[in-house]
Design a protein around this ligand. Structure first.
Ligand SMILES: [Zn+2]
Length: 294
């Protein structure tokens, strides 16, 4: 069984390990190590870490019977290796993942909505929640509560419990394993069974912003961003709004009203233009007919 260092300390980015098994298939090497800092790809909705083993790029990782398999393109001819993961990617995933725990918890507390699915993509993150519809006021309410919890900087702890202990833990969702259940607790606010990587406190999430929500089957899909992704999202939107307000010579708070007015004018002008073209065509036809009659 691979010792999963990322479960004990997700802030470690470099470590020495030993290759205990190596398989070769389809021009790729599949490595099993005695211990690893690589979180495996798509285990529980969280993508795998990027990084290197003995300087060789790891192209994929997955979990198999409690072992983590690391795939590389080149042969590594030593058993003692140094592992290194990309910290920016790990921090990004921890911000999105921990933010997801918090957001799911707030939806549960305010609307009794359960989280059915969770996905971290390259650009966006979403959860599917058991609520048929979300109004703008609901979204604002959830964002205010979630961000207050972030700014209050509550501690986040992970620990292992057994099935007998579950009676005294107010879990938000049922665990998928029967023993050695790993609990992620946000300071008496949220208890969730999870084997992902999480931040040490809510402050490190930085910020949660819901980008949009839409009906998905009988439920609602909520797209959101946390931490650095929220900053990037804001920067990109700020640049666009500033460019539009400069183009239209208006204040950035009135952009929508101005664009809506321009759109209505455009529709009206297009309609007028269509009518005029039809009239012109009719006129030309009449003129042509008159000529032929002469
Ligand atoms: Zn988690």
């Amino acid at each position: 069984m691979t010792e999963k260092i990322y479960l004990k300390n997700p802030y470690i980015t470099e470590i020495n390990a030993r290759i205990v098994e190596k398989k070769y298939s389809n021009n790729k090497f599949y490595l099993k190590l005695d211990r690893t800092i690589f979180y495996p790809n798509l285990a529980g909705g969280q993508p795998g870490d990027k990084g290197t083993i003995a300087g060789v790029k790891v192209i994929d990782t997955y979990e198999e019977n409690n072992d983590i398999i690391h795939i590389v393109n080149e042969n590594i001819d030593t058993n003692k290796v140094q592992l290194s993961i990309d910290w920016d990617t790990r921090l990004d995933y921890m911000q999105q993942h921990t933010g997801q725990h918090l957001l799911s918890s707030v939806f549960y507390k305010l609307y009794s909505a359960q989280t059915l699915g969770f996905h971290i993509g390259e650009d966006y993150v979403y959860i599917d929640i058991t609520i048929p519809e979300l109004k703008i006021e609901d979204i604002e309410r959830v964002e205010i509560v979630a961000n207050k919890i972030i700014y209050s900087n509550f501690s986040i702890n992970t620990y292992i419990v057994q099935k007998n202990d579950l009676d005294r833990i107010p879990l938000r969702e049922k665990p998928i394993v029967d023993s050695n259940i790993r609990i992620v607790e946000i300071d008496d606010i949220d208890y969730s069974p999870c084997c992902g990587t999480h931040l040490r406190n809510t402050g490190e999430i930085g910020m949660i912003k819901i980008r949009k929500s839409e009906k998905y089957k009988e439920n609602t899909r909520v797209e959101f961003v946390c931490g650095n992704r929220a900053l990037k999202d804001y920067s990109q939107k700020n640049l666009q709004i500033n460019n539009i307000s400069a183009l239209l010579s208006i204040n950035d708070t009135n952009v929508y009203e101005k664009v809506e007015k321009l759109y209505t004018q455009k529709e009206k002008l297009e309609k007028e233009n269509r009518i005029l073209k039809e009239e012109l065509l009719k006129y030309k036809c009449e003129k042509l007919t008159n000529k032929e009659e002469l």
